[in-house]
Design a protein around this ligand. Structure first.
Ligand SMILES: Cc1cc2nc3c(=O)[nH]c(=O)nc-3n(C[C@H](O)[C@H](O)[C@H](O)COP(=O)(O)OP(=O)(O)OC[C@H]3O[C@@H](n4cnc5c(N)ncnc54)[C@H](O)[C@@H]3O)c2cc1C
Length: 287
């Protein structure tokens, strides 16, 4: 199959990109790394009149750190997430997760912003940024606005980004001192989309868990917070009993659907196994 005919425009600045989009009367899509857009055109899942190439915009580039936290430009490649020292120091869970994202050839081209804007429910980064309480910096014809990770992922492949808006950067707020994080996933083969993946953030205080965030991917339409499990862990030491009750509570948090590759019950079981492994790892670090 070949794509429907489409036009191509290279944006030279953020302002220019917004202009090009408005000239298309809404029938344009952004092109960043192209690793999802191009296959979707080839399969005719999308047929826009024009692709607006935003891949060279300096306003969407760069990784910086200040009092607010770590700011990652939307055009940051997955490979840079893996290798950038500021990401390693201030958001090591992103580095852990990036190792599971596709393969080096894909990671050299695909962008962090493109990944989050796509909001594939099987994707690693959405779960990590939701777990870390990220804030999305979005620019559009009406100006700029910030959206919290809690409000960003709306449904399957659907985010709070409105047509004509661009995700400019993502802020990962500074974490309290001593915060521990871990990410892991279960996939049939390394590099495949995961059967289940989990991002966990713990703030330990005096031998107990003061605060915790748990977010799964590949178990629902969006990255899923495990609020019942979090509630059971808060204020308790991270011992075997606490881990077991958090695992049990997942039936309140997750209700994965059956699909041709895996039953919902198996996916829930795998989520429990993975959560148990990650919490046990974090418990060792708390000792
Ligand atoms: C073989 C293969 C294996 C993969 N495996 C994995 C995997 O294991 N895990 C995983 O998470 N991902 C995986 N991916 C997806 C990949 O990691 C990227 O997430 C994906 O290609 C999107 O990034 P991109 O820069 O290529 O975006 P594009 O394809 O350019 O764009 C994707 C979508 O986001 C929109 N968009 C892009 N940038 C912006 C922006 N700044 N603001 C607003 N909208 C924007 C585009 O219009 C489009 O709708 C895989 C991809 C391939 C091809």
């Amino acid at each position: 199959m070949k794509p429907s005919p489409f036009g191509y425009r290279l944006a030279e600045s953020l302002e220019h990109a917004l202009e090009l989009h408005s000239e298309s009367a809404g029938d344009a899509i952004w092109l960043a790394g192209g690793h999802s857009v191009v296959p979707s055109l080839a399969l005719r899942l999308q047929a826009p009149a024009v692709l607006v190439d935003i891949s060279r915009l300096p306003e969407l580039s760069g990784i910086t750190y200040d009092d607010c936290g770590l700011r990652i430009g939307a055009l940051t490649r997955h490979a840079e997430i893996l290798s950038h020292p500021l990401v390693a120091s201030h958001a090591p869970m992103l580095v852990e997760a990036a190792r599971f994202v596709a393969h080096p050839a894909i990671r050299n081209r695909a962008t962090f912003g493109g990944n989050l804007a796509l909001a594939d429910p099987a994707s690693e980064f959405p779960a990590v940024v939701r777990c870390l309480g990220a804030v999305f910096d979005i620019v559009g014809p009406e100006g700029e606005r910030e959206v919290s990770a809690e409000d960003f992922f709306l449904d399957l492949y659907t985010t709070a980004i409105e047509p004509g808006e661009i995700l400019r950067s993502i802020l990962i707020p500074s974490a309290p001192l001593g915060t521990l994080t871990a990410f892991d996933e279960l996939a049939r083969r390394h590099g495949d989309f995961a059967m289940v993946g989990t991002a966990v953030r713990i703030v330990p205080r005096a031998g107990a868990i003061e605060d915790v965030g748990i977010c799964f991917h590949s178990v629902g339409a969006t990255p899923m917070r495990a609020r019942a499990a979090e509630e059971l862990l808060r204020g308790r030491p991270l011992d075997r009993a606490a881990i077991r009750s958090a695992q049990e509570a997942l039936s309140l948090d997750l209700d994965p659907m059956d699909d041709p590759t895996l039953s919902g019950a198996t996916r829930l079981h795998l989520a429990r196994v993975l959560l148990g492994r990650i919490l046990a790892r974090l418990a060792e670090q708390m000792d």
